[in-house]
Each structure stands twice: as structure tokens, then as C-alpha cells.
Write a protein that binds this ligand. Structure first.
Ligand code: GLC
Length: 668
């Protein structure tokens, strides 16, 4: 790690403060501007609007300058030792970005989400020296830091998609594993490679769906952050790390743009839901490629994708573990990216609980489905992202408080979920006999749950053996629906106890017909019907009962299920599910989802050739073939975290903590 002494904002303040008080300044700087020295041999002074400092390209430049000079800038004022040309180009890009945004706002001042057409130029290359900007100091090149450059130019009619397939083919196919591939796997690899999207000739992601017969792909022609995770894992497990590295670095460039919805900007650090590569004509013959992110404002849910940043951190750790390339996570820009995501998630708000408070549709289920508040899927991703961050953050003066906060949150979160989200026959019986309206911190019925809430289906459905984490919890509200991803990821991340992990898989086995049926795996069980569907989904015609998010079956969930089964030594369960899926997916052209109670039909509005369906199967099969690799992707119980929690509970002296025996059952 380089010298990273202060949080970035502080550095900016210090650097400017220093400049403003510097005696080297003898020409008046207009209000709202600052000056900077640029150049290699003969330094030139530039006056730049302060607003540009918010731009990530500028911030990265500041980080690099800090690394280089600390606070001893050679000219006595803020100095960037890059070429003038480079600097001017950078400023032009920022200006272009600002102008475009102003124009969009001017044309459609009242239209919601008016910035959806915004083109955001980001840097073209990650580590190809000939395309790097010419930075003056040799160390900068040696460290191969990302440096924001102009977008690349190409000829008109260049394609972003499928160009990469041959490159990957060469890298991937000759890696011995190909020998025993089934027909389905062979087709899946071909399709996955065809789904690869390139930016300036480099692979950077995979489109969500790649069906040539689909005349209206909506936003399925974009690279979704969450959808890329199984693609990334499939490539990593095959020994192909470049696309994942590029994806991680390019999405990092999209983070924290001043994305504006009318007059409001979401928090810095937000990762987009998806991005697209657009081609912008420069003149008659030349075009420019730009990355155009969608932060959720164009998708139907119109909601910020909280899971994107969490998945990004999880994929970064997977990349590091599988490739052994630790240098990537140590880069200043990557460390800053992790911190920005954490700051967003850990910032103080009005929350009363350690679980992350989000709006409906902020994850894989990205349309209204009644999962606002503290949905399990977000909590389990949050927990594992915090565990990844704890592993990856470089601990120094600047980050030690953050690391402490992460540790405390991890302990509190695991206690909260283990204790209050867990449901089995015994717990239902407890809830059934709850006293309500207890006005006290000593309340047994801590969330004032009215027993009448227990739904009829649950009494019949809950098996004697097994249990699960409920979907959501807040005062007077328990969402008893079974959410597959949240439960499986609780196992993978060790958010739940080893005993609970076992019980969740027992329940999945006992309720196989409902949760696996003809196509693994049901996204939610059961579906919302009738009045409940009307009120909660707002009569969403895509989310009708037992379809899509509302009780549809999603083959992409196979890979997480396989990982959980391998972790728990239940490999036969994963094999059974993969066997059901493989031939059918191949025959049905890899649909996005299936409908009906058992997943009998291809989803009504399902896309075909859905990339995360394809990648999910490939990743599952590779994990089954190499179970030892799976251990790089899951987490074991962390006893240090439990200890922090037990200590904290004892200090509170609450009656709850006196239930020692019960507590130790829940915690371990
Ligand atoms: C749907 C899914 C979402 C996915 C996207 C692209 O919107 O709900 O989870 O990321 O399609 O496949």
C-alpha cells in the first residue's frame, strides 16, 4: 500500500488550504476556483472550478499526487506531475460531462430520472501501457495505477459483443477440464463467451441476456453487476481472471459519479445496477465508446441497487482468493472504492437495528414485492461484504476506526439475525403464545409481534425437522415467506449458526417439491395472491402469482445452493438439483425463470439465453467437480466476532443476556 494518511476528503481540504495560503500564489484565484500546477519540466498554472474536485477522475488524481508528494508539493501549491495535454483532456471530459448534464436538466426539468441518457466517459484502459496517459513520474507507471483517460476511439460498426469469444476460447478451452464436458456445458460455454461485452477491445462483462430473436431486449442488453457474479466466477474457476479484473476496475470508475435525479444526488459510493457501452459518433468515420451506467433510475423499480456494491466487494474477494492477485485489492483506488461502499452502508441514520434499512426492490427482486425494511437477502449480502472488507482493508491510521465499526456491526448483525429471524416449529409455538403490548426494554416479545400474523400456510408447511430465516423483520411485522437467496447466502456467509445452516438444508430437502420441484430454485415461497398481490405489488402484471419474482423458479440460484451444500457436506443435494436443471435448461434455451408452483412452464415473459442461468449452471458444475475451490468462496464461523457480541450483551445487563444457555445455542 502507498502512503494513504488521510481520508480523501480531508486530503482535498488540506491540499487546497495549503495552496490558498501559499506564498507562491500571486494571481488572484476567482471565488469557487482553485489553482494547480501541471507539467513535467516547465510547470504551468491552471485555475479550475472547485466543483471539479468531486469528479472521480480528479479525486483519483489527488490520491496519486498525495502518494507522490505527501504535502510537500514542489511548487508550493497543489501539483500534478502529468503532461499539460493530459490534464487539459481530463478537464475537457469533466466539462463535457457537466454540460451534458445541464442540458438534460434544462430540457426536462420536471421529468423524473432525467439523466438517464447521460454518457459518462471513463477511462479506456486499465493496464495497457500504450494507452495509459503519460504521467511524468516513472513510479506511477510502475505501480500501474488506474488513471482516468479519454474514451477510446474506434471505427464505426465495431461490435461490443462477441468479439472476445475467440480470445477466451483460447485461454479457457485448453485447460484440461473441457474433456468431460456434457453437450449442455459445451453449449453453455459457447453462449457465455458470446455474451461477453468488450470496451475498447477488452472484455469487461457479460450482457444479461443474449437472445438474437428478442426484438425488445429492454435493459437485458446491459451488464448487470449482480448478474455478472456467476459469469465472473465461471471464468475465474476456469483460470480466466482478466475479464473479472476489468469488470471490477471499470465498475469502480462508475461508482460515485454525481448521478442526479432531478435536483437530488444519491450517496457517493453507490454502484450502478447495470451499465451499457454506447458508441458516440465523433465525426463521419470515428466513434467513441463510453460506459453509461444505470443507478436504478431507468429500471422499473426506480430504486438504488443496494446489492450491487455488496456483490462488487464479494466478487473482488473471490477474484483475489482464486487468482492470488492481491495487488488489485491493495490499490489506492480499489481501497477507496471499498471504503466508499462501506461508508454508505454504515452511515448513521434513523435505524434502530443493526440490519441494513433499505427500500423495496433494492436487490435481485427489483420490483415491488413487499421487501422494504430489512430484507434477509440484503442482510446476508451485507454481512458477507463486511467480512470481505475486513479481510481486504489495509489497516492504517486512516482506516482503523472503520475496521472497528465493521467488526462491531458484524457481531451485532449476526446476533440480531440469529436470534430474531430464526423460525422453526419451536419458535412458531413461542410466537403463538406471545404476550403483546409489553412496554419495556425487557419485553420477551421484543418486536411486539401479534400472533394472529402467523399465516395459515405456515402451520401446515413447517416441517418437524428444519427451520429457516424469515424474509424480513420489523416491529409488528414478520415476513414469514421463505426467500431462497437470503437463506442460502446465510449459510454461505456463516451469518447463521452451524446448527441453523444444517436446519435450513433439512428444510430445503423436506420441502423439495415446493422449493425445487421441476426447476431449482423457487425465489420466494409462497406467492402473493389475490388482494395481497394487488396491494403489495401494485397489481404488477409481471409478478402474478407463481411467476417471476412472485414465486417463480430461478435457475441462477443453483450456484449459491451448490456452494451452500458443499460447505455443509450435502453435495448429493446439489447434484440432484443440478441434474434436474441441466438437461431441461439446455432443451429450453436457458430461460431466465420458470412459472407455476413447481416450475413446470418457461416463464411467461422470460428471456431466453439468460446469461446468469448459463453461468449459474457452469459455476455449479465446476464447484461440484472441484469442491476444494468452493472453500475459497464461503466463510466459516468466526469466534472472535461472537466474543465481541457476547461481551457487549453482558455489559448491557439486560435480562435477555441472562438467558445464557439459550444464547449460547443461538450464537454458536
Ligand atoms: C431482472 C431481475 C434482476 C436482474 C435483471 C437482469 O430485473 O429481477 O435481478 O438483475 O433482470 O437479469
Amino acid at each position: 500500500m502507498g502512503r494513504h494518511k488521510f481520508p480523501k476528503t480531508m486530503y482535498i481540504k488540506l491540499a487546497i488550504g495549503r495552496y490558498l495560503s501559499s506564498s507562491a500564489v500571486n494571481i488572484e484565484v476567482p471565488k469557487g476556483h482553485f489553482s494547480v500546477y501541471v507539467g513535467e519540466n516547465n510547470m504551468r498554472r491552471f485555475i479550475v472550478p472547485l466543483a471539479y474536485l468531486k469528479h472521480p477522475s480528479f479525486q483519483r488524481l489527488l490520491n496519486l499526487a498525495e502518494e507522490e508528494f505527501g504535502y510537500d508539493h514542489p511548487m508550493g501549491g497543489l501539483t500534478f506531475p502529468c503532461t499539460e495535454e493530459t490534464f487539459i483532456k481530463l478537464v475537457q471530459n469533466i466539462r463535457l460531462f457537466n454540460q451534458t448534464r445541464n442540458i438534460l436538466h434544462f430540457i426536462k426539468p420536471k421529468s423524473p430520472f432525467s439523466s438517464h441518457n447521460l454518457h459518462i466517459p471513463t477511462q479506456c484502459t486499465i493496464n495497457q501501457p500504450h494507452k495509459h496517459l503519460s504521467l511524468s513520474h516513472h513510479n506511477w507507471r510502475k505501480k500501474s495505477r488506474i488513471f482516468p483517460a479519454t474514451c477510446c476511439n474506434g471505427n464505426k460498426h465495431d461490435h461490443h459483443i462477441a468479439d472476445y469469444s475467440t480470445t477466451i476460447e483460447n485461454n479457457v478451452n485448453d485447460k484440461n477440464v473441457a474433456l468431460n464436458e456434457t453437450e449442455a456445458e459445451k453449449e453453455a460455454w459457447r453462449l457465455l463467451k458470446e455474451a461477453v461485452v468488450t470496451y475498447c477491445g477488452n472484455p469487461v462483462g457479460t450482457v444479461a441476456a443474449n437472445d438474437s430473436g428478442d426484438k425488445s431486449p429492454l435493459n437485458y442488453d446491459q451488464v448487470f453487476i449482480r448478474d455478472f457474479v456467476p459469469s465472473g466466477l465461471a471464468f475465474l474457476l476456469k483460470g480466466e481472471g482478466e475479464i473479472v479484473r476489468n469488470f471490477l476496475l471499470h465498475t469502480l470508475q462508475l461508482q460515485s459519479w454525481e448521478k442526479t435525479v432531478d435536483c437530488y444526488s444519491p450517496g457517493q459510493g453507490l454502484m450502478p445496477a447495470s451499465f451499457k457501452i454506447r458508441t458516440v459518433p465523433l465525426d463521419d468515420t470515428k466513434v467513441e465508446e463510453v460506459l453509461d451506467p444505470d443507478f436504478g433510475e431507468s429500471a422499473i423499480g426506480r430504486v438504488a441497487p443496494v446489492d450491487s456494491g455488496l456483490w462488487w466487494i464479494i466478487l473482488l474477494r473471490a477474484y483475489t482468493k482464486i487468482t492470488g492477485d492481491y495487488a488489485l485489492q491493495e490499490r489506492v483506488d480499489v481501497q477507496t472504492g471499498i471504503k466508499l461502499i462501506l461508508n454508505l452502508c454504515l452511515s448513521d441514520g434513523f435505524d434502530m437495528f443493526p440490519s441494513l434499512l433499505v427500500t423495496d426492490g433494492s436487490c435481485m427482486i427489483d420490483r415491488r414485492m413487499g421487501i422494504h425494511g430489512h430484507p434477509l437477502e440484503i442482510q446476508s449480502l451485507f454481512y458477507s461484504a463486511l467480512r470481505c472488507a475486513r479481510e481486504m482493508l489495509a489497516v492504517d491510521e486512516g482506516s482503523k476506526n472503520l475496521v472497528k465499526t465493521v467488526n462491531n456491526r458484524l457481531s451485532a448483525l449476526s446476533f440480531h439475525i440469529r436470534e430474531y429471524y430464526w423460525l422453526d416449529m419451536k419458535k412458531i409455538n413461542e410466537i403463538y403464545r406471545y404476550k403483546t403490548e409489553e412496554y419495556s426494554t425487557e419485553a420477551i416479545n421484543k418486536f411486539n409481534i401479534y400472533p394472529e400474523q402467523i399465516p395459515y400456510w405456515l402451520m401446515e408447511w413447517i416441517p418437524e425437522e428444519g427451520g429457516y430465516m424469515i424474509g424480513n423483520l420489523q416491529p409488528a411485522h414478520m415476513d414469514f415467506r421463505f426467500f431462497t437467496l437470503g437463506n442460502i447466502w446465510s449459510i454461505v456467509s456463516s451469518l447463521s449458526t452451524p446448527k441453523q445452516n444444517k436446519s435450513i438444508l433439512n428444510l430445503l430437502e423436506a420441502k423439495w417439491d415446493d422449493l425445487v420441484g421441476d426447476m431449482p430454485l423457487k425465489i420466494i415461497y409462497p406467492a402473493l395472491e389475490q388482494e395481497e398481490w394487488r396491494i403489495i405489488t401494485g397489481s404488477d402484471p409481471k409478478n402474478t402469482p407463481w411467476s417471476y419474482h412472485n414465486g417463480g423458479s430461478w435457475p441462477t440460484l443453483l450456484w449459491q445452493f451448490t456452494l451452500a451444500c458443499i460447505k455443509m457436506g450435502r453435495i448429493e443435494l446439489a447434484r440432484k438439483a443440478v441434474d434436474i436443471a441441466e438437461n431441461r435448461l439446455y432443451a429450453d434455451h436457458w430461460p431466465e425463470y420458470y412459472d407455476t408452483r413447481s416450475g413446470k412452464f418457461i416463464g411467461k415473459q422470460s428471456r431466453l439465453y439468460q446469461t446468469w442461468t448459463i453461468a449459474g449452471l457452469l459455476t455449479s458444475k465446476m464447484l461440484l467437480a472441484n469442491p476444494e475451490k468452493a472453500s475459497l468462496l464461503f466463510w466459516e464461523e468466526d469466534y472472535d466476532l461472537l466474543e465481541i457480541c457476547v461481551c457487549a450483551l453482558n455489559k448491557t445487563g439486560k435480562k435477555l443476556c441472562a438467558r445464557g444457555a439459550a444464547k449460547s445455542q443461538i450464537l454458536v
